[in-house]
Design a protein. Structure first.
Length: 96
């Protein structure tokens, strides 16, 4: 699902216009981005938690040449799914 499809689905579910849904989605993305820039966690109960983690520097290999390279430390975004989301995903489809 891409952004346009997500906006259309949000509009269908909420009854809002596509323009209003896109505005809401953009505001959500901006708010989450601002919080993560400040090292805050964003927790949506039942859905999951967005957080920033530190990834340590490590050694790696250039797949083309096999040469050993240094991969620098960096900050990465992580998402931990909530119990409601995990339950919805793990349901097996029933066979007819």
């Amino acid at each position: 699902m891409n952004k346009a499809e997500l906006v259309a689905r949000m509009a269908a579910i909420s009854g809002m216009t596509k323009a209003a849904s896109e505005k809401a989605l953009n505001a959500f993305i901006e708010a989450v981005t601002e919080a993560l820039e400040k090292d805050d966690k964003v927790t949506l109960v039942g859905f999951g938690t967005f957080m920033v983690a530190e990834r340590a520097a490590r050694k790696g290999r250039n797949p083309r040449t096999g040469e050993e390279i240094n991969i620098p430390a960096r900050r990465v975004v992580k998402f931990k799914p909530g119990s409601t989301l995990e339950a919805a995903i793990s349901k097996k489809k029933k066979k007819k």
